[in-house]
Write a protein that binds this ligand. Structure first.
Ligand code: GAR
Length: 210
């Protein structure tokens, strides 16, 4: 494929949110400012009709869809989300505060094409309240991680990480705020790398090509 051809076919990003949406906004700004070249956000999916991120996405003029689980099993819920992603020909799925575990079927449909951001240096402190876990454990450094999603909780191959100090006076809120600043930068950089395709996945290791 020629460079000109690939430029005419930007990678189509779908973003899944459940709440505040600040990482979704950071990705949208990075696309707009060409810090994620050759990409466009074609769909934002929320599983929560009241997510603050939804109105942010709408204000940005992005396509949004609300797909709540509402009494259905995970398979039915995911089938509808997959349908929306496929209808919009999404190439890459970015989880941005999407608070549900994905099934193997979902992951297999987008193997190494689903990214997640997590507010700790994985494999430390997976799951909920990572910043509270970090303070509770007394670590001096924490940070954030962008990784490919596999069947394990916050456990797939690591694409990029950034460290953040934990200060003696930190509360969960102050540490979360310091980490969030880095999340927004790191997620854009990691998505840009994946969109460029300049990497290999060797087992658990994501190796950027020189
Ligand atoms: C972010 O801190 C993100 O790292 C975390 O949820 C927050 C969502 O905020 N994700 C996880 O903990 C995933 N395990 P946002 O809605 O403002 O992006």
């Amino acid at each position: 494929m020629t460079l000109e051809h690939s430029r005419k076919n930007p990678k189509r990003l779908g973003i899944l949110i459940s709440g505040r949406g600040s990482n979704m906004l950071a990705l949208a700004e990075a696309v707009r400012e060409n810090r994620i070249p050759n990409a466009e956000i074609v769909l934002v999916v929320s599983d929560n009709a009241d997510a603050a991120g939804l109105s942010i996405a709408q204000d940005l003029g992005l396509n949004t869809v609300v797909i709540v689980r509402s009494g259905r099993n995970r398979e039915e819920h995911e089938r509808e989300i997959l349908g929306a992603l496929k209808e919009h020909e999404v190439d890459l799925v970015c989880l941005a505060g999407y608070m549900r575990l994905l099934s193997s079927d979902f992951i297999n449909d987008f193997r190494n094409r689903i990214l997640n951001i997590h507010p700790s240096l994985l494999p430390c402190f997976p799951g909920l309240d990572a910043q509270r876990q970090a303070i509770g454990h007394g670590v001096k450094w924490s940070g954030c991680t962008v990784h490919f999603v596999d069947e394990t909780l916050d456990g797939g191959p690591i694409i990029a990480q950034r460290i953040v100090p934990v200060l003696d006076g930190d509360t969960e809120e102050s540490l979360s705020a310091r980490i969030l600043v880095e999340e927004h930068r790191l997620y854009a950089e990691a998505v840009a790398l994946v969109v460029r395709g300049d990497f290999d996945v060797l087992g658990r290791r994501v190796i950027a090509k020189m």
